[in-house]
Design a protein around this ligand. Structure first.
Ligand code: ADP
Ligand code: MG
Length: 535
């Protein structure tokens, strides 16, 4: 699985009218023709994308978000989140404000992405798309469903699915058919979002908002392949999270008191947790594998986007005003750290089709195993019939035995003849002492050999006569060897029988899986039919 870093963009907004009126100095600039920003006199940071005060919404969208939308259609999860101080331009960039009142060119990321998603859907007539949206905010560490305000926060829970992706159980998911429908839901959610006026921002977002579009794609043409195997339609479910974080703020600067003050504390603690997660993930010297995702709701929700399987873009918004120097420097430092975070994006096939794919793969493996086993068995039975190494050896040994037996018989006859001849000769011929001694030695030697043969026969329980001696020793030895070989052969046969049984079992399994597969195909077809009818 390929690792790709979280892409980090920095956007510097222009000085606001009131800032210009108060003669605020600009302390952050983009270095022309580079991916760098300079803050103060000499602090330079490099990012994947940098956008200066004159950058347009279109430019930001096309450079960093369009590729994410294309990945979403390919089946990857995607996240864009805006980070930065209150009033630095997060909501403006993400496009989560009152969209209806915004002129076309000023529209932010969400409306543009929605447009593009539906454009892409219309360009893929062979795919069934099912689009759903949800909109959640995290306000003072509680979840709120912005599309269903009646839903009690107690009914919303953050859970992890079997793949480790974060899901919000209990959140309303609205099925949508057009970009217009999504826009009105977005507008409705934005209106319900907690905002308030602070000294820093007239419409300060007091919560973290996560707008999610999820797309389920099913390829319509379900065909049988030429080789007879069956292709399941591909189900891909992918999600795009648009995250507009509440601004990091200094309580002294915002002048917050009372409820606003409490909000600030919660906002800052959530952002602190986020900062810790970014630090832990982005620190190349990090030794422990623990990432403190569980410290806050927002970090739990962004788990998949930071260090998970989504493609993520972080847009850090900074104010150019020197009165915000410290916050801007902090934001740039965090953004710089986030560049070290690595995600492992994967295409999200839905569980059902995952299962079918797995089964198809298993069947393929079983088929291969079966084929190779069958080939192996037929080869070995052939060898057995034609002559395995063992039987060949037995044949050659038998031939040797016959040859040796023949030779032995010849020698025996010679020796016997010589024996009787010499016995006669001994009585008729006068031999000198030396000759007599030598002849006696020969007789003794023959006697010794006969005795040795006899005892060795008795030792192995032989009942053969002394005359058959030496040949029978060889024959018996060879017979023993033959027996050993037969034992080996019998063991081999046991293995072959076992293998044949295994092959049979595998065949049964394959058949069962094919049946199961067929069942799945039928239910899938039915589900598709029902789906189409419902649509
Ligand atoms: P945040 O969400 O970070 O608190 P906002 O997005 O609400 O900040 O922006 C604060 C103000 O700055 C708004 O009035 C917004 O219109 C303005 N603003 C932010 N970014 C830009 C920009 N790139 N160009 C023009 N105006 C901007
Ligand atoms: Mg905002």
């Amino acid at each position: 699985m390929e690792e790709i870093p979280v892409k980090v963009a920095v956007r510097i907004r222009p000085l606001l009218c009131k800032e210009a009126l108060h003669n605020h100095q600009v302390c952050v600039r983009v270095i022309p023709n580079s991916q760098q920003v300079i803050i103060g006199r000499d602090r330079v940071f490099t990012f994947d994308f940098v956008f200066g005060k004159n950058s347009t919404q279109d430019e930001v969208y096309n450079t960093c978000i369009k590729p994410l939308v294309l990945s979403l259609i390919e089946g990857y999860n995607a996240t864009v989140f805006a980070y930065g101080q209150t009033g630095s331009g997060k909501t403006y960039t993400i496009g989560g404000g009152h969209i209806a009142s915004v002129v076309e060119g000023q529209k932010g990321i969400i409306p543009r992405a929605i447009q593009e998603i539906f454009q892409s859907i219309s360009e893929h007539p062979s795919i069934d798309f099912n689009v759903k949206v949800s909109y959640i905010e995290v306000y003072k560490e509680d979840l709120r469903d912005l599309l269903e305000l009646e839903t009690s926060m107690k009914d919303l829970h953050i859970r992890e699915d079997e793949k480790g992706n974060t899901v919000i159980v209990g959140a309303k998911e609205c099925h949508v058919e057009s970009a217009g429908e999504v826009m009105s839901l977005l507008e409705m959610g934005n209106a319900a979002r907690h905002t308030g006026t602070t000294q820093m921002n007239e419409h300060s977002s007091r919560s973290h908002a996560i707008f999610t579009i999820s797309i389920c794609q099913v390829h319509k043409n379900m065909e049988a392949a030429e080789d007879g195997s069956w292709y399941s339609p591909r189900h891909i479910v992918s999600k795009f999270h648009f995250v507009d974080l509440a601004g990091s703020e200094r309580v002294t600067k915002t002048g917050n008191t009372g409820e606003r003050f409490k909000e600030s504390i919660q906002i800052n603690s959530g952002l602190l947790a986020l900062g810790n997660v970014i630090s832990a993930l982005g620190d190349p010297r990090r030794k422990s594998s623990h990432i403190p995702y569980r410290d806050a709701k927002i970090t739990r929700l962004l788990k998949d986007s930071l260090g998970g399987s989504a493609k993520t873009v972080m847009i850090t918004c900074v104010s150019p005003s020197s009165s915000n120097f410290d916050e801007s420097l902090n934001s740039l430092k965090y953004a710089n750290r986030a560049r070290n975070i690595r995600n492992k994006p994967t295409v999200n096939f839905s569980p059902e089709s995952d299962r079918i794919d797995e089964m198809e793969f298993e069947i393929k493996l079983l088929r291969e195993a079966l084929q190779s086993q069958q080939a192996g068995v037929s080869q070995t039975t052939q060898i057995n019939r034609e002559g395995s190494p063992d039987t060949n050896r037995i044949h050659s040994l038998e031939e040797q035995v016959a040859q040796l037996q023949g030779e032995c018989l010849g020698y025996q006859c010679c020796v016997e003849e010589a024996f009787t001849f010499l016995v006669d000769l001994k009585d008729t011929v006068r031999l000198n002492e030396k000759q007599q001694h030598k002849l006696q030695e020969w007789f003794n030697m023959i006697q010794e050999v006969r005795k040795a043969v006899l005892t060795s026969f008795r030792g192995i329980g032989g009942t053969a006569s002394l005359e058959e001696g030496p040949q029978h020793v060889t024959v018996l030895q060879l017979k023993r060897e033959l027996k050993k070989c037969q034992c080996v052969l019998a063991a081999d046969e046991v293995v072959f029988n076992q293998k044949e049984l295994e092959v049979k079992e595998l065949k049964n399994q394959v058949q069962m899986m094919v049946q199961e597969n067929k069942g799945h195909a039928v239910s899938l077809k039915e589900a598709q039919k029902v789906n189409r009818l419902q649509n």
